[in-house]
Ligand binder design. Structure first.
Ligand code: CA
Length: 294
């Protein structure tokens, strides 16, 4: 059975989720002069409500609670809930064997997260003065902030990455149904964005092995990005699309349905696994790595 979601939800969800990685990969690095970690930490403490560090990789959050309107967050969800959940998901991805320490083969990932990425969970609306991802002091450090926009995107704490049905992956707009938690996706995008910075095969630009697979999938007419590109008025580029493609394939594999992937998608999955991309999130992970700063 192919479970259909309502048209209104579909459109709203598409319009909101498609912005998820709209700015992914758009950063250029201009050999910034790095401030000391103490400076950055003090700045973050002055700027946001919650700060956590996993070996210098900062996860920050807003105490502003997400709205409880349909399809965003259930009533009672707090900004702190989302922030703390983000820490647990990052920790689980870096600690695939659940021993409370970053895995040896994820140390490089942790280093690149520290040096190139930051994660923010909070409202995105500029009117609330909470727009954080374009903060000039942060971006001038060569840090790319990926945001879980809690005022726009669905957050369902109980989502466990399983229990949905998919018959084929044919569109960049596809997402798991049934109370999806966009926090999983944004955290995973942060991970793959960091990996793309140290692995030229697992990269999103034209000619990279991973990108070639998505391009071939599109050329074969078995995967579509035109619908999303129209929704974004021509601004949906293939670099962003590649990172979304990777997440979709990861999510389908995680749900136990990788047999529905086509030949290109299966090769992308095999590449992902061979590159050591963390393939599991433990929904019950409860030993957060790193230190709470604020
Ligand atoms: Ca470990």
């Amino acid at each position: 059975m192919n479970i259909k979601i309502s048209a209104s939800f579909s459109v709203r969800f598409s319009l909101t989720i498609l912005m998820a990685v709209f700015t992914l990969s758009c950063h250029t690095f201009n050999n910034p002069t790095r401030s000391s970690s103490t400076d950055i930490e003090n700045y973050l403490k002055s700027k946001v409500d919650y700060v956590h560090s996993i070996n210098g990789f900062y996860i920050v959050g807003s105490a502003t609670n997400p709205p409880t309107r349909d399809f965003v967050s259930p009533a009672g969800t707090t900004g702190k809930d989302v922030f703390e959940h983000a820490i647990r998901i990052f920790s689980s991805l870096l600690d695939q064997n659940n021993d409370g320490m970053v895995d040896d083969d994820q140390q490089q990932l942790n280093t690149y997260l520290k040096n190139t990425m930051m994660f923010y969970a909070g409202p995105h609306a500029e009117s609330q003065g909470e727009l954080f991802e374009d903060d000039p002091l942060i971006t001038s450090q060569g840090i790319y902030v990926i945001t879980m926009k809690t005022d726009l995107w669905p957050y369902h704490a109980e989502y466990n990455g399983k229990g949905f049905y998919v018959d084929k992956l044919h569109s960049s707009l596809w997402r798991p149904e049934n109370n999806f938690n966009a926090l999983w996706e944004e955290v995973f995008h942060t991970i793959t964005e960091a990996i793309s910075r140290f692995d030229s095969d697992f990269a999103f630009h034209q000619g990279a092995q991973l990108r070639n697979l998505m391009d071939a999938d599109i050329a074969a007419d078995t995967y579509d990005i035109t619908e999303q590109n129209q929704l974004e008025e021509g601004n949906y580029d293939r670099i962003t699309a590649t990172n979304e493609y990777v997440h979709q394939i990861w999510a389908i594999h995680f749900s136990g349905q990788s047999d529905i992937l086509n030949t290109f998608q299966t090769q992308a999955l095999e590449l992902m696994i061979s590159k050591g991309v963390p393939m599991r999130i433990n929904p019950n992970y409860n030993t957060p790595l790193g230190q709470r700063i604020k």
